[in-house]
Ligand binder design. Structure first.
Ligand code: G6P
Length: 491
């Protein structure tokens, strides 16, 4: 954190993302603030706190516009301000086309191989272009004549780097793609593939979570654009702009913000079990996700069900708690998914509830980070079974929460996290039998084995924390800029 601070001293830092880190909402005449469920926000927020600057995001609360946001920007975090949040307001039509339409019905299923068909509407594309331009204008305004360091986040803003580059040729633009990048064939069905790629190549640095995603991106560019790919296979030169493509596995804040201030794990577990109406020696599993079809929640429930079939003695002794934050529910696909999740949970509870202990607790509502952390600490096993996921920070948060070095992690091989956390119980979530067995293995794992695995994973997350993620990108950006300057000098 201190290093990052030093590295950025005197620089104007701008972060751009669609999702804002704090949402102000009015309820019963009072203004409340909550933290959204977003891996992007989890990772970028501590970085922003370390380097101040301004975060530009889409305003999504219902209270801020007329009250909190009178001056176009607020200081956050609300109780301990460290940086500026500047909100961009969209009309319902703009939000529908740019966010729900092109970003979430088009790019989201396009990049995640979860077998949901992407939808591409020309009208959504036009909104996407328009809103990217609006954010680019906001960046230029915030830059105020300087050459800022701009950190562009995610698939909502593929065009933004090119637009900023046009207005601010000397800006340092670091773009991070938080979701997977698919193979060229899959990406190639997008009617605006060239425009998107061209836009992204306005970046100084383009980051993905894994080398696999970088490789897919380089192959996609090679297939669809006239560019020069460097011998090192990590730099792309396109229309005089050099972009370095590199993997930067994202992570979480370390030490965790609550370190040293929490009650012991057994106490938290006792409290959680009591709240759920379960006996003190009950076993608990936890899943924490947005209610999203990429997260493999149905497959996870099927594995819980199969585990009960294979080990009926655990019915009434084990329950699985699924926290599922409502997400993008204006979209039909998400509403249908939510119904299927509820129906499956009910069906499994019908079969395996014993002595008043349900097999599954489905908590389909928003939870604040502190609350989620208590569940992590209480759970014997955490299940992350995404069908495809850029990184998945729930896996790392669970590990960070376990300062007692206990607990087991079942982790999908299709997450970026599986490339780093080798001591997790790695599964193919499409393989119900295998996932059920991993869950059982986690529940019956001897303490010393839990400790060994957890210790090793905690070491990794501590060493490769989110400050390191940001620091590496900034260092690489400085190198590319130096190389560019040198190239310009020697012609
Ligand atoms: C993923 C995306 C983020 C997004 C988050 C939550 O992690 O990569 O960009 O913020 O999901 O989704 P939402 O649509 O609610 O912002």
């Amino acid at each position: 954190r201190t290093l990052l601070h030093k590295q950025l001293a005197g620089e104007r830092i701008l972060v751009v993302s669609n999702r804002e880190p704090y949402i102000h909402s009015r309820k019963d005449g009072e203004i409340g603030v909550h933290r959204p469920a977003s891996g992007l926000v989890t990772a970028v927020e501590p970085v922003m706190r370390a380097c101040s600057g301004t975060w530009i995001a889409h305003g999504s609360g219902n209270a801020d516009r007329e009250t909190v946001d009178r001056h176009d920007r607020v200081r956050v975090p609300p109780d301990h301000p460290e940086y500026n949040l500047r909100r961009i307001w969209l009309t319902p039509e703009e939000e529908e086309g740019y966010y729900y339409g092109f970003a979430n019905e088009g790019l989201w299923p396009l990049c995640h191989i979860a077998h949901v068909r992407p939808v591409f509407r020309t009208s959504d594309w036009h909104e996407y272009v328009k809103i990217n331009q609006r954010f680019a204008d906001a960046v230029v305004k915030e830059a105020d004549g300087d050459d800022p360091v701009v950190l562009v986040q995610d698939y909502h803003f593929a065009l933004l780097p090119g637009m900023i580059r046009k207005a601010l040729p000397k800006a340092t633009i670091i773009t991070f793609w938080h979701i997977p990048w698919p193979n060229p064939e899959s990406f190639g069905i997008c009617p605006w593939r060239e425009e998107l790629l061209q836009g992204m190549l306005g970046s100084t640095i383009l980051g993905f979570h894994t080398t696999f995603h970088c490789k897919n991106f380089l192959e996609t560019v090679d297939r669809y654009l006239e560019t020069r790919i460097g011998h090192d296979a990590s730099t792309i030169s396109c229309r005089g702009q050099l972009t370095m493509v590199e993997s930067y596995p994202i992570s979480i804040q370390w030490p965790p913000p609550w370190q040293g201030s929490l009650p012991p794990v057994h106490q938290t577990k006792g409290e959680i079990l009591a709240t759920l109406g379960l006996p003190a020696d009950h076993l608990l599993g936890i899943g924490v996700d947005r209610m999203d079809y990429t997260k493999g929640i149905l497959e996870r429930f099927a594995a819980v069900e199969r585990m009960f079939e294979l080990h009926p003695e655990l019915a009434g002794r084990f329950s699985f708690v699924q926290i599922a934050a409502p997400s993008r529910s204006a979209l039909e696909e998400y509403r249908r998914f939510q119904e299927r999740v509820h129906a499956l949970a009910e069906q499994i509870n019908g079969r395996f509830t014993r002595n008043g202990c349900p097999a599954i607790f489905l908590k389909a509502e928003h939870h604040e980070p502190d609350d989620i952390n208590r569940y992590y600490r209480a759970a014997d096993v955490c299940m992350v079974t995404s069908l495809h996921d850029g990184m998945n920070l729930v896996a790392k948060e669970y590990i960070a929460a376990r300062d007692d070095e206990q607990g087991a992690l079942v982790l999908s091989q299709f997450t970026g996290a599986a490339h780093e956390l080798h001591e997790a119980l790695i599964v193919n979530p499409y393989h119900v039998e295998q996932t059920a067995e991993a869950l059982y293995q986690g529940l019956t794992m001897p303490e010393h084995e839990q400790r060994e695995r957890m210790r090793s994973m905690r070491d990794l997350v501590r060493d490769f924390n989110v400050y390191r993620w940001a620091g590496r990108m900034l260092l690489d950006a400085a190198r590319v800029r130096q190389r560019e300057k040198l190239a310009a000098r020697i012609g």
